[in-house]
Ligand binder design. Structure first.
Ligand SMILES: Nc1ncnc2c1ncn2[C@@H]1O[C@H](COP(=O)(O)OP(=O)(O)OP(=O)(O)O)[C@@H](O)[C@H]1O
Ligand SMILES: [Mg+2]
Length: 448
């Protein structure tokens, strides 16, 4: 397999070459036009081709892919997947400053704080660690100014007030010693790539943390993976959903960092696919690097939307059979304009394509369906799990009509085995209890 099928066009099937999948891509379109279904199609196809995938699930509608492909769930809050923690030290001064929306002067103080933690070997895992370091800086402005340059107590005070916001909106709880390795995201099950889904329904309520966490992951992949050039297929494909949030009110320094990472990460074997409503949501310099394009319908009424439509249509290599801008507006649900890179790295002529949606069984039938209250009770959970099989996926429905949620359980005990163990230990107790007086009377009899 050297390509993955995207869908059917009049000119024939439209496929994405795996060897060009690291040249990044974009899935765009107005709401309800088919972006998530396309994301699922791509994720499943990459997984079938042995390529691990990472995607955030913002509305809870990506997760159903777990019914048809090996999937692992992650969650910063630890409720719908394996808990991820990241330390402040690992996040680094720039991203931490962006999270707090600091200006350049305040960023300078954060830099000093990181330097100080390193030099004096002070912990910098949690927000509490940040608070105590800032307190320390405030109490020692003179000596620290001598060591690192002028530090104003009032600037430190402003940062402390901003920290308070992190504490009140519970973002602070998401920090702790980093508890996972990037290798955990690049896994295969048999010949299939594992699809990693970051449950983000709650996380997206904190858009700053959502984007900074995803960007941190990308940055870590860039930092830690070795240079490999162009591979036969990518090592990992990373979907960045609601990508416009990444650039909303972002400082210039941050945008140029994103641009640099996106440009360089392809030679580490990572393909990044941005998912957003309008391509104009992304800065020019990022857009220019997204070579594999899937454009669903765009409704363009306002001047801003018209501008977006123009940008979207001009980014395609035209097809003499139709006008690109007109076609984008007329596409039906699940249809898209598709252009991908060929063997020579040249974009293919744009084609109107019917995207082949992944067939996901409607009935929630992974392993079993249980009710949510049963999941909350460990006793019921024990009874529910028939064998000791490691990671298991369940579909949970609170009521028959409620949307299905998918949960994964890692530690499982065989209920039967557990029952036998209890019986054996009870029997042992009974035997000891009964045999003791008999043994005592025997010993008296012998003594007598
Ligand atoms: N390729 C397709 N084939 C068949 N039906 C599709 C396809 N794509 C989308 N649909 C239908 O359209 C609906 C909406 O699609 P989807 O959720 O992917 O839109 P979206 O662009 O992600 O919307 P939003 O911006 O609101 O998240 C799907 O639930 C499905 O019924
Ligand atoms: Mg969607």
């Amino acid at each position: 397999m050297n390509s993955i099928l995207l869908g059917q066009a009049e000119a024939g099937p439209q496929s994405l070459l795996l060897s060009r999948a690291n040249r990044h891509g974009i899935v765009a379109g107005s709401t309800g036009t088919g972006k998530t279904v396309t994301l699922q199609t791509l994720a499943k196809a990459f997984s079938d081709a042995g390529v691990p995938v990472f995607a955030a699930d913002i509305k809870g509608d990506v997760s159903t892919i777990a019914k048809v492909a090996p999937t692992k769930f992650w969650d910063l809050y630890g409720t719908s997947g394996q808990t991820i923690r990241i330390s402040v030290a690992d996040m680094g001064p720039m991203l931490f400053s962006c999270l707090l929306e600091l200006n350049e002067v305040q960023y300078g103080i954060i830099n000093i704080m990181f330097e100080l933690a390193k030099a004096d070997n002070k912990p910098l895992n949690t927000i509490a660690d940040v608070s105590s370091l800032l307190r320390y800086i405030n109490q020692n402005t003179c000596s620290i100014s001598n060591r690192y340059g002028h530090v104003k107590a009032s600037t430190v005070g402003t940062i402390q007030r901003k920290l308070l916001i992190l504490k009140t909106n519970q973002t602070a709880d998401l920090f702790g010693p980093t508890n996972f390795k990037l290798g955990d995201l690049i896994q295969r099950q048999g010949s299939a790539g594992v699809i990693n889904i970051l449950s983000s329904q709650r996380l997206i309520e904190d858009p700053q943390m959502y984007t900074i966490f995803l960007f941190w992951l990308l940055n870590e992949l860039f930092r830690q993976l070795p240079e490999v050039g162009d591979l036969e297929k990518p090592k990992l494909v990373f979907f960045f959903d609601e990508a416009h949030l990444l650039f909303r009110d972002a400082p210039k320094m941050f945008v140029s960092k994103v641009e640099q990472i996106v440009r360089l990460i392809r030679s580490k074997g990572v393909g990044v696919y941005f998912v957003t409503q309008n391509p104009a949501d992304l800065p020019e310099q990022i857009l220019a690097q997204l070579s594999n394009r899937i454009q669903h319908a765009l409704r363009a009424y306002t001047p801003a939307e018209q501008k977006g439509l123009r940008a979207a249509s001009q980014s395609f290599r035209p097809n003499p059979a139709f006008d690109t801008a007109e076609a984008i507006q007329q596409l039906g649900i699940g249809e898209a304009l598709v252009s991908v890179l060929d063997e020579q790295g040249v974009p293919s002529q744009v084609q109107k394509t019917k995207i082949g949606a992944v067939k996901i069984p409607a009935a929630p039938a992974l392993n079993t369906v249980v009710s949510a209250p049963a999941i909350n009770s460990s006793v019921n959970l024990d009874l529910m799990l028939p064998k000791n099989e490691g990671l298991k996926t369940f579909v949970v429905q609170e009521t028959p009509k409620a949307p299905a949620k998918i949960i994964q359980v890692t530690k499982q005990r065989s209920s039967f085995g557990h029952f036998i163990k209890k019986c054996v230990s009870l029997a042992a107790c009974v035997m000891v209890f009964w045999s003791l007086p008999i043994a005592v009377s025997f010993s008296f009899a012998f003594a007598g």
